[in-house]
Design a protein around this ligand. Structure first.
Ligand code: ADP
Length: 600
């Protein structure tokens, strides 16, 4: 399935025709120096261009693409859009409403969104009968928990101007984390990954079990790591100080932080890491300092993100610097043994990434956490996401509605803990069966004690399991004073514990308190009908018309033992005003699954 990918920037345009299934490229166009004398190349051929100015060159390029792709059997166009704000958590088919929302977000990305939109509008003019899909740099980070998204400014200001961390490079972080999981032969939902995208722009993401939970770029791409020309993190007080000292206008501040800082500012000239490495070996102290500040900051973030996830299984290096520079990888990844990541210097030195080999493991075989250099491919990822959406649109859907059930707080218990709480040899007694075959609500109830309060009569669900697990809602979490992460059932590593009191004893659990990840149980046959796999992530729409509500990030659980049902917790049920007998409709799936979209 050939997809034309258009990445329309302010000073350059990149376009490629990519096969969404295997990544094969049939055409590669690069148009650079758009604001100057445009240089356009298609594959290796230089294309003369008589026009000038962004709009005119863009039109020239799109017309050229139309002519050259006539025989390529294009199935759709994928557009890279930098800012999707809080509106988009995945790729979407572009309609008028989507265009209007992208335009509304211009303010947040003034250098990018307007030109991205120009690219979309011109492409729609030339490719009238093809579906156009927008893929957003911010979408992957929409799973960031509130605590990571929120800046500690007055909340009225945050709300009034929608100030929050959005994060960028999402397409790259998502793509390389999937490549890493495949390479390691593991499910992405089992891995804690720190992905370092180090190019001209740089960012780190903490990807916990497939979800981005923290990232270094913020409301704008200015925050976080030291970049080619951007400062990354600085004390905001510096700006207040400089404003007076240097009479800085807003425009000058923008120029200073975005264009004159980072590696370029520190080194006094170049933002190109290759130059800096060369100069530093020749004794240039400014270049040395630039490299030290750059790598120090990346290490600092790796440590912080490992702390957030309670450990790490793989650290990924990608982007021009991460993929190509053993020196920088060494400076960042040395002495990470305490995290279980042990660099093999020979392998690091020998790592060569190309079309054939897009992953290279440069840690020791016995290193518990892996160090991986991975070649990112954002255009291919856009083609894949667009391809999935197009396949979906052309499908007729006959999927059944999904019954919704609200799970009250409850506890799963081991036989050992049960006996500690209820006495030796004690067995759970069934109060009533649950909808999932074999499961039951027990008569037995316990008191759960947190640092702040306790909740009595928390029901135990049977039968006994191999791990203790207490599932509570956000409201319970605050009442108890416990900071419980959102997890799928069974994933209790690095979760907080609590005290549980039964009639015959008290147990202090080291871990096990979670907010359950909303999920759908289904059989393999039903998974076939929905075209999903175990652990895919989907969206579910509940209700209709004005009152309809979409639950994003719903986890699929497949087992022959299950009955089709979606489980949400009491907070979510209340928020959605869900009544008895409510049903949901599966509208899209993400992650590694086939992306499906149902018209409802
Ligand atoms: P962008 O973010 O614009 O896509 P890239 O991902 O291509 O940029 O990264 C550009 C950066 O990668 C530049 O700083 C460049 O110096 C650096 N780079 C490329 N190759 C090497 C190399 N062999 N050693 C060190 N740095 C490299």
């Amino acid at each position: 399935m050939n997809i034309l990918i258009i990445n329309c920037g302010s000073s350059s345009i990149k376009a490629e025709v990519i096969n969404a299934q295997d990544g094969h490229r049939s055409l590669v166009l690069r148009a650079e120096r758009l604001l100057d004398i445009p240089e356009i190349k298609i594959d290796d051929e230089k294309i003369p261009c008589a026009v000038s100015g962004h709009e005119a060159v863009l039109e020239f390029v799109v017309a050229e693409l139309k002519r050259r792709t006539a025989e390529m059997n294009l199935k759709g166009i994928g557009h890279r859009v930098v800012h999707g704000g809080a509106a988009f958590d995945q790729a979407v088919l572009i309609d008028e409403k989507v265009e209007a929302t992208i335009e509304e977000l211009n303010e947040l990305a003034p250098l990018h969104n307007p030109v991205n939109l120009s690219g979309i509008q011109l492409a729609k003019k030339y490719f009238t009968d093809l579906p156009h899909i927008a893929v957003f740099d911010t979408a992957f980070h929409q799973t960031l928990p509130r605590r990571a998204k929120t800046y500690a400014l007055p909340s009225e200001l945050n709300e009034k101007y929608n100030i929050q961390r959005f994060g960028f490079h999402g397409t790259s972080h998502q793509y390389v984390s999937q490549v890493a999981a495949k390479f390691l032969g593991r499910e992405i939902r089992e891995l804690r990954i720190i992905s370092c995208h180090l190019g001209n722009g740089c960012s780190v993401a903490a990807i916990e079990y497939g979800r981005s939970i923290e990232t270094s770029m913020g409301m704008t791409p200015l925050e976080g790591l030291v970049m080619g020309t951007r400062s990354g993190d600085i004390d905001p007080g510096i700006l207040l100080y400089l404003k007076n000292k240097e009479a800085l206008t807003i425009e000058k501040m923008d120029q200073l932080l975005n264009k004159e800082s980072g590696l370029k500012g520190l080194s006094g000239g170049s933002s190109d890491m290759r130059d800096l490495i060369k100069r530093s070996t020749e004794g240039d102290d400014n270049a040395r300092l630039a490299i030290q500040v750059f790598t120090h900051r990346v290490r600092k973030y790796i440590g912080a993100y490992a702390a957030l996830m309670g450990g790490v299984d793989a650290v990924i290096f990608t982007g021009g610097i991460g993929e190509n520079s053993p020196v920088i990888r060494h400076r960042i990844a040395q002495r990470l043994d305490f995290l279980g990541a042990m660099i093999n210097e020979d392998k690091n030195h020998d790592a060569q990434l190309d079309e054939e080999q897009n992953v290279y493991d440069f840690s020791w075989n016995h290193s518990r956490a892996k160090l991986l250099a991975i070649k990112t491919d954002e255009q291919y990822s856009i083609a894949q996401q667009a391809g999935k959406l197009i396949r979906e649109e052309t499908k007729v859907n006959t999927v059944p509605p999904i019954p919704i059930a609200i799970s009250a707080r409850h506890m799963h218990i081991t036989q050992e803990t049960l006996e500690q709480l209820f006495g030796e040899g004690y067995q759970l007694t069934e109060k009533k069966p649950l909808s999932q075959p074999g499961q039951f609500a027990a008569n037995e109830r316990v008191t759960v004690v947190g640092p702040k309060n306790q909740i009595e009569r928390v029901r135990i669900l049977g039968p006994c399991r191999s791990k203790n697990q207490i599932e509570i809602s956000r409201t319970d979490e605050f009442f108890l004073g416990i900071d419980a992460p959102i997890r799928e059932s069974g994933k209790v590593e690095n979760t907080p514990g609590c005290t549980v009191i039964g009639p015959k004893g008290k147990v202090v659990l080291k871990e096990g308190v979670i907010c359950a990840w909303r999920h759908i149980h289904m059989t393999p046959e039903e998974a076939e009908i929905f075209q999903v796999k175990d652990r895919d992530i989907v969206d579910v729409a509940i209700g209709q018309g004005e009152r309809s509500l979409t639950f994003g990030n719903v986890l699929i659980r497949v087992s022959p033992k299950y009955k089709l049902e979606m489980h949400i917790d009491t907070d979510e049920g209340n928020a959605a005003e869900i009544a008895r007998g409510a049903v949901g409709v599966l509208i899209a799936t993400d992650g590694q699954a086939t992306l499906r979209k149902k018209k409802i």
